[in-house]
Write a protein that binds this ligand. Structure first.
Ligand code: AMP
Ligand code: ZN
Length: 112
């Protein structure tokens, strides 16, 4: 499948890995918009959060990883942002489910 995140998972495309377990991979975003900008993805291809099999426990596993990474990055005290874009209007450019973990600065709300 022509999916850049699947290629990162199988090692065809390099990444700066920050966390990995059996089900989840996390790596630095190539175009960071915050001092900490990490992408957390399932190792099995799913197009978006909308397409997740909610009878699976993949979202639990992803959020377990997010908690571990946030602690490692020292973000638990000041807070951080988790974003997942779904589809064109939201600006999803890579059609493999990913959560942006953003931290190390303040963020505006509502988002633009
Ligand atoms: P989205 O716009 O929500 O689909 O986010 C896709 C993200 O993937 C963007 O923030 C890109 O900078 C990031 N990205 C694209 N290609 C790579 C790559 N090869 N390694 C790391 N991050 C990437
Ligand atoms: Zn994929």
């Amino acid at each position: 499948m022509d999916c850049i995140f699947c290629k990162i998972i199988n090692g065809e495309i390099p990444c700066t890995k920050v966390y990995e377990d059996e089900n989840v991979l996390a790596f630095k975003d190539i175009n960071p918009v915050a001092p900490v900008h990490i992408l957390i993805i399932p190792k099995t291809h799913v197009e978006s959060a909308y397409m997740v099999d909610t009878t699976s426990n993949i979202l639990n596993k992803i959020f377990e990883a997010i908690k571990i990474i946030a602690n490692e990055q020292g973000l638990q005290e000041n807070g951080f942002r988790i974003v997942t874009n779904i589809g064109e209007s939201a600006g999803q450019t890579v059609k493999h489910l990913h959560f942006h973990l953003l931290g190390g600065r303040d963020f505006n709300w509502p988002p633009g």
